[in-house]
Write a protein that binds this ligand. Structure first.
Ligand code: FAD
Length: 288
C-alpha cells in the first residue's frame, strides 16, 4: 500500500491570535508536502480580503500550491469573476468552486439578481477563463437541501460536465457511505477523482452540533466512545485512532488522496499523517 497524497484546508484568521494559530498550523503541516493547501471563503463572502491575504502568504512564504475557495453568495457574476482574476494574478492556480450558504440569520441561499445561481454556473464560468484547476464539493451523506439521494450525484455530474477536475467530499465517518457514493457516481458515468474529506475530531460536542447542521452522519457508537474518552482524558487519542483507521481503510479501497479539514489545529492531522506513514519530506523552506 503506497502512502496517499494529502491536502490541508485552513481558514483565514480574524485577529492576531488566530493568525498565530494559522501560521503554527502551516509550519507544522507544510513539511508534509501537501498536493495543495486550500483557504476557505467565509459565509456570505465575509472573509474575501482575508482569504486573499492568506492565499498570498501561503504562496510567497511557503511556496505551496494553493486552492482558493470561492462562493456565489452576495455577489454579481462580475464581482465573483473579479475575485477569481485577483486569485490568478496572485499565482493561485486552483479554485474550490462552491455555491455557498446564506449568511447567518438569512433564510436559505438566495441568488443575487446578477449573480451565479449555482455552483454549476460558477464552474462553467471559471472553466472558460482557463486559469484554474477546479475542485468542487460532494456529499456522501447527502447535502441538507438534496431532494433525494440521486440529486447530489446529478449535481456532481453537472459540475464535472461544466469543467470541474475533481471533487472533495464533506467529511464522513462511515466508510460505506463514501464507498456507496463513489460507486453510485461511477454508475452515473463520473470518472473524475472524488477525494475524501477527513475531519479529525478536535471537540466532540462541537462536532455533533456542526454535523447536525451540515447533515454529516455520526455513527451511533461515537457518542458513548467520545464521552468515555473525554472522561478518561484520552479524547485526542480516540480522535487520532478513529481518523487513522478511516484513512487506512480508504487506502485499502484504492483511495490515493486525502483532504484534511484542519480547523487551523494541526496536531491531530499531523499525528494521523504520521500513523499513515506520511513523514516530513524536507525541513520547511521559506521562499521569501
Ligand atoms: P451544490 O453542489 O451546488 O449544491 C449542493 C447540493 O444541494 C446539491 O447536490 C443538491 O442536491 C442540493 N441543492 C442545491 N440547490 C438545490 C435546489 N435548488 N433544489 C434542490 N436541491 C438543491 N461554504 C462556504 O461558505 N465557504 C467555503 O469556503 C466552503 N468550503 C467548502 C468546502 C468543501 C470541500 C465542502 C464540502 C463544502 C464547503 N462549503 C463552504 C459549504 C458549501 O458552501 C455548502 O455546503 C453549500 O450549501 C453548498 O455548496 P455547493 O457548491 O456544494 O452546492
Amino acid at each position: 500500500m503506497t502512502t496517499p497524497s494529502v491536502s490541508f484546508e485552513f481558514f483565514p484568521p480574524q485577529g492576531l491570535e488566530a493568525s498565530f494559530r494559522l501560521w503554527n498550523s502551516v509550519n507544522t503541516l507544510a513539511p508534509l508536502d501537501p498536493a495543495f493547501a486550500s483557504v476557505t471563503y467565509g459565509a456570505g463572502g465575509s472573509t474575501r480580503d482575508l482569504t486573499h491575504e492568506a492565499l498570498g502568504t501561503l504562496i510567497r512564504q511557503y511556496g505551496l500550491n494553493v486552492a482558493g475557495h470561492l462562493t456565489c453568495v452576495n455577489a454579481t457574476r462580475q464581482e465573483t469573476l473579479a475575485i477569481a482574476k485577483r486569485y490568478a494574478d496572485l499565482g493561485v492556480t486552483e479554485i474550490v468552486a462552491l455555491r455557498g450558504d446564506a449568511p447567518k440569520g438569512d433564510a436559505g441561499f438566495q441568488t443575487h439578481p446578477d449573480g451565479f445561481a449555482s455552483s454549476v454556473e460558477l464552474v462553467a464560468a471559471l472553466a472558460e477563463t482557463g486559469d484554474f484547476r477546479i475542485r468542487v464539493a460532494a456529499y456522501p451523506d447527502r447535502h441538507p437541501e438534496a431532494l433525494d439521494a440521486n440529486s447530489d450525484i446529478e449535481m456532481l455530474k453537472l459540475k464535472f460536465e461544466a469543467g470541474a477536475d475533481s471533487a472533495i467530499t464533506q467529511y464522513f465517518y462511515d466508510i460505506d457511505s463514501f464507498l456507496r457514493f463513489r460507486d453510485r457516481s461511477a454508475t452515473a458515468g463520473i470518472t473524475r477523482k472524488i477525494i475524501p474529506g477527513i475531519l479529525p475530531i478536535e471537540d466532540w460536542e462541537k462536532t455533533k452540533r456542526f454535523s447536525a447542521r451540515c447533515n454529516a452522519a455520526l455513527p451511533f457508537w461515537m457518542d458513548d466512545a467520545f464521552a468515555k474518552a473525554t472522561r478518561d482524558g484520552v479524547h485526542d487519542l480516540l480522535a487520532i485512532s478513529v481518523a487513522t483507521e478511516l484513512c487506512s481503510d480508504l487506502m485499502d479501497e484504492g483511495v490515493e488522496a486525502l483532504h484534511f479539514y484542519t480547523l487551523n489545529q494541526p496536531h491531530l492531522t499531523r499525528n494521523i499523517c504520521k500513523a499513515l506513514g506520511i513523514e516530513p519530506v524536507q525541513s520547511l523552506q521559506k521562499v521569501a
